[in-house]
Design a protein around this ligand. Sequence first.
Ligand SMILES: O=C(O)c1ccccc1N[C@@H]1O[C@H](COP(=O)(O)O)[C@@H](O)[C@H]1O
Length: 209
Amino acid sequence: AALNAGADMVGFVFFSPSPRHLSLETARTLSAQVGGRALKVALSVDADDALLDGIVAALAPDWLQLHGRETPERVSAIKARFGLPVMKALHISTRDDLAAIPAYDGVADRLMFDAKPPKGALLPGGNGAAFDWTILENLSLQAPWMLSGGLGPDNVGEALRITRAPGVDVSSGVERAPGVKDEGLIADFVARARAAVALLSLGSAANPA
Ligand SMILES: O=C(O)c1ccccc1N[C@@H]1O[C@H](COP(=O)(O)O)[C@@H](O)[C@H]1O
């Protein structure tokens, strides 16, 4: 569905507590369907080298998305080991959280800003939680970046208008139940993101994960 909708990137979740978690066999099968129509992104959370080895072998990802507490040193080590570009997710709730950015800017190939997980959440992302996008107004970074967290067809245009993010990522906002993607919502999300990009004369992209 994401490929048919024209997503630039498709995400594959490797985090066992998630309803979106994929086995390596399923990832291998899905990977073959992508056939170069989009970039494949492997999402992991504080994964060790052995798990990343398995993911890279099964999926042959174009990007690694690190959505845990990986330090800048760990990001560098993963980049060196796999020779793949790394996208590092950082959690934002208040302006104070922007202080974490400089240590990763120029280390990660791309940054992703996601909402802080709600209290008691089992997952560090994929919670459908948004944050105050005005925190990112006038952001100037070395690395390209993406916005995520609580996005969906109804608010992606507004999120792009406020943040002028070079890319957006969505997961639960295009689901009819946790882990169950909805083809119509995916198509709607990509169409609305692209319409906003065109209207605002922005450069890039939507990424249903
Ligand atoms: O989607 C998951 O299950 C997940 C698990 C662990 C870490 C991150 C996860 N998802 C990513 O979180 C953000 C925001 O998701 P949402 O749109 O608010 O549901 C996004 O990058 C997902 O790919």
